[in-house]
Design a protein around this ligand. Structure first.
Ligand SMILES: [Fe+2]
Length: 318
């Protein structure tokens, strides 16, 4: 097994355990556990050591962290007793590129029966390039991978590293303990085999020798939040999407405008043709292209005087 040892792992584990202290690791507290883990991942002390540990891994895996990117926030895993975990898969199946490496860090109860399995010797036939892939393959792989030799049990101060084609998964927790762990990915930025949006990654910046969130094209701009009601257009979800998008990229929403939906898209039409409402804006952010699908598919409006961005697709529509 490819275990990676570093004194930083112990420090990372201590930070997370401090957050989880006094929380019972039981199923009806699963939201609290998850939210607490997210709080820990957002904390200054965690982020500092997370980024420096990632640099250490990238240096060993690629020779240097140059032109690599790091998952913005790790993915927490909570594996309760007598329950099923993540189905067997390789990260490549889910869009990660061939250059990606996954780092799995145990926090609590990563013991035999509660940990996960990895086909570290790559002996299972996994049909990665096959167009005949079916869920029967999943069943076969799940059965083949479940053997003692494939259990991931990192020694003290160690993490488990695996590439994106390695099959892995948590089949069933047969112990009475809840396992807590987290994982994250590092990848090359110019990986053509990846389908991931690089805007969701921290990029290694050689000038400051650290992973850093690159500034968004809308950073520092005056932004108008645009909401549109109507059938099958949930305004609550639109608000959440735009707010989270703005928070992630540190964007400033100056004002908010709602569409006069009874008359089509007069607000969007006016703004895109240069009509001024309350203030001057540099961009409009909309939840998704779908929200004003009829407007965007109308050839009359193929240009806009002010850029219109979609939060969901993270792209400029017009
Ligand atoms: Fe995975």
């Amino acid at each position: 097994m490819n275990y990676f040892s570093s004194p930083k792992i112990n420090k990372i584990q201590e930070i997370i355990k401090k957050y989880l202290n006094k929380i019972p690791l039981v199923k009806n507290k699963s939201s609290l556990i998850k939210n607490t883990l997210f709080d820990a991942f957002e904390s200054e002390e965690f982020l500092l050591i997370y980024k420096s540990f990632a640099k250490e891994v990238a240096t060993q895996f690629y020779g240097s962290p140059y032109k690599t990117c790091l998952q913005t926030s790790p993915t927490p895993r909570i594996f309760f007793p007598n329950s099923h975990g993540t189905s067997i898969h390789s990260d490549y199946w889910y869009g990660h590129g061939l250059s990606a490496v996954t780092i799995w860090i145990p926090i609590l109860n990563s013991i035999s029966g509660a940990t996960f399995y990895a086909d570290h010797k790559k002996v299972i036939q996994n049909n990665i390039h096959s167009s005949t892939f079916s869920l029967d393959d999943l069943k076969r792989i799940s059965e083949e991978i479940t053997k003692k030799d494939n259990e991931v049990l990192p020694p003290k101060n160690s993490a488990f590293l695996f590439d994106s084609t390695t099959l892995h998964g948590s089949t069933f927790n047969s112990t009475q303990k809840t396992r807590i762990s987290f994982d994250f990915r590092i990848s090359k930025i110019e990986d053509k085999t990846s389908t991931k949006d690089l805007d969701n990654y921290l990029i290694y910046d050689e000038h400051i020798d650290q992973y850093n969130l690159p500034s968004h094209k809308l950073y520092g701009k005056r932004i108008l939040k645009y909401i549109c009601g109507g059938n099958n257009k949930n305004t609550f979800a639109q608000q959440i999407l735009i707010d989270s998008f703005s928070k992630r990229y540190n964007l400033q929403i100056t004002d908010q405008e709602a569409e006069i939906e009874r008359y089509g898209y007069p607000i969007l039409e006016g703004l895109s043709s240069g009509y001024k409402l309350k203030n001057e804006y540099d961009a409009i952010v909309i939840a998704s292209e779908y929200i004003a699908h009829e407007f965007f598919s109308n050839k009359r409006y193929k240009d806009s005087k002010i850029p219109i961005w979609s939060a969901l697709e993270n792209k400029q529509i017009l």
